[in-house]
Design a protein around this ligand. Structure first.
Ligand code: FMN
Length: 137
């Protein structure tokens, strides 16, 4: 049997700066919390904007999104898409961000690898957002 699935996609703008260490901590905490709630998706941080998909049981997705929305580390949170889905676009929960410790790994390549099951609209949003990434010189 399969429970009905719900998905939210949003963008937001970072407040101040978030370091790769802070990203790593956020990713670790979120991965544990989301797995516990059967929530999958992708969080992309391109150094300026966040783009995230959350998918899973509606009550869990709504609850986690409400918490994220109130997080002071970002602002201008705008839902791009919301509604029931037939199947998940992501097999797990993951976060992609620029890691200065691994400068050779291109953000766009990391993101592409996480989009193998995603539909064209979701792919376009994430690839576009990764493309806007211009590392500080
Ligand atoms: C852009 C962004 C995305 C986030 N994504 C998640 C997420 O997917 N899952 C999650 O549990 N927390 C996520 N968080 C962290 C939550 O906002 C919140 O800090 C965390 O759930 C802990 O909540 P608490 O301090 O009320 O325990 C995200 C935060 C930001 C800024």
């Amino acid at each position: 049997m399969s429970m009905s699935l719900y998905q939210i996609m949003y963008i937001s703008t970072v407040v101040g700066t978030v370091t790769s260490q802070q990203c790593a901590a956020m990713a670790q905490m979120s991965a544990i919390n989301n797995r516990r709630n059967d929530v999958t998706g992708l969080l992309l941080f391109n150094s300026r904007r966040f783009l995230q998909v959350l998918e899973g049981p509606k009550d869990a997705v709504d609850r986690i999104f409400t918490r994220i929305h109130a997080d002071p580390r970002h602002r201008a949170v705008v839902k791009l898409r919301e509604g029931p889905i037939d199947a998940r676009e992501f097999g797990e929960w993951a976060m992609a961000y620029d890691d200065p410790a691994r400068p050779s790994a291109d953000l766009k390549d990391k993101v592409a690898a996480l989009l193998v099951q995603a539909g064209p609209s979701t792919r376009a949003h994430f690839i576009g957002s990764a493309d806007l990434h211009r590392p500080a010189a």
